[in-house]
Design a protein around this ligand. Structure first.
Ligand SMILES: Nc1ncnc2c1ncn2[C@@H]1O[C@H](COP(=O)(O)OP(=O)(O)O)[C@@H](O)[C@H]1O
Ligand SMILES: [Mg+2]
Length: 279
């Protein structure tokens, strides 16, 4: 059931980063709060005054034409843009009330809490087991070998991959099919028990069956994790996301309950995009 946000106009809701319409089935505990976020690559501004509240244990989809800043925005959430020398960032990204860009923020700890899955599955050139066990060991989450085995099994089960790989854990991760490799990367991301998982077009390199498997998985994983995913597939956003944000030229044009955004978009730009008029 959708209900209008009663106390403010859509412009006001958007200005303070809240969705235009509410999804009453979704969790509304705040995970990430973004305020007046601007980002430049050298002189070129790629993100322009973004405001958005991202909620825990939801899937939030980011949609919009290529080059509109979706990946750049995702990278702001775990400070991966720090790795790009020309980047300058202004504004606030707060996770669980703490400023992600504060000098005292421990980046390694941050990236443990905010995992990432990329478009192209990128397992390490190591065994299936090691792909999952490596990060928990680095972060001292497990020490004993028995603990490691339990954790690897749990992560692979949660990623829906265990039954397919349990008899070949010591084969290379790269020997798996593309869809399996992507689930291995998801297992690797969840093995350190993050709060948030960022996914950048996680299924765009996969066949339809593997895509459907990952979509089902996202639906299960949101019970434990906050998922923020970029997709170019409108049906996918409609199927998996509780909320959807439409980006255009570095701005968030519309942030809305997914059903409403697709059935009754509030802005002409979002309507044109979802009906395939451009992008
Ligand atoms: N590393 C980079 N250096 C310079 N410009 C970049 C870099 N990455 C992205 N951009 C530019 O920033 C804008 C947003 O890109 P991006 O975030 O990749 O968009 P999207 O993911 O929506 O396709 C584009 O104009 C792109 O060319
Ligand atoms: Mg991108």
């Amino acid at each position: 059931m959708n209900s209008q946000v009663p106390e403010m106009s859509k412009q006001q809701a958007s200005a303070v980063g809240q969705p235009f319409t509410r999804n009453d089935d979704a969790c509304h505990d705040l995970s990430i709060r973004v305020r007046d976020l601007n980002l430049w690559y050298g002189k070129a501004q790629a993100l322009n005054g973004l405001n958005i509240d991202l909620y825990q244990k939801n899937v939030t989809a980011l949609i919009g034409p290529s080059g509109c800043g979706k990946s750049t925005f995702l990278r702001c959430l775990n400070r991966m843009n720090d790795l790009i020398p020309s980047v300058r960032i202004e504004g606030l990204v707060e996770m669980d009330g703490r400023d992600v860009n504060a000098a005292k923020m421990d980046e390694v700890a941050l990236r443990r809490r905010v995992g990432m899955v990329f478009q192209k599955p990128n397992p390490f050139p190591k065994s299936i087991f090691e792909n999952v066990a490596y990060a928990p060991r680095m972060h001292d989450i497990v020490s004993r070998k028995g603990e490691q085995e339990e954790l690897v099994e749990k992560a692979l089960r949660d990623a829906g991959l265990w039954n397919e790989v349990k008899d070949k854990l010591h084969e290379p991760g790269t020997s798996l099919s593309g869809g399996q490799q992507q689930r291995l990367c998801i297992a690797r991301a969840i093995a350190v028990q993050p709060d948030v998982i960022l996914m950048d077009e996680p299924t765009s390199a996969l066949d339809p069956i593997s895509t459907a498997t990952i979509e089902d998985l996202m639906d299960k994983l949101k019970k434990q994790f906050t998922i923020i995913t970029v997709t170019h597939n409108m049906q996918q956003a409609a199927r998996v996301a509780d909320y959807t944000a439409f980006f255009h030229l570095g701005e968030i044009i519309e942030y809305n309950d997914t059903k409403t955004l697709f059935s009754n978009p509030a802005t002409k730009k979002a309507e044109d995009y979802i009906t395939g008029r451009y992008g």
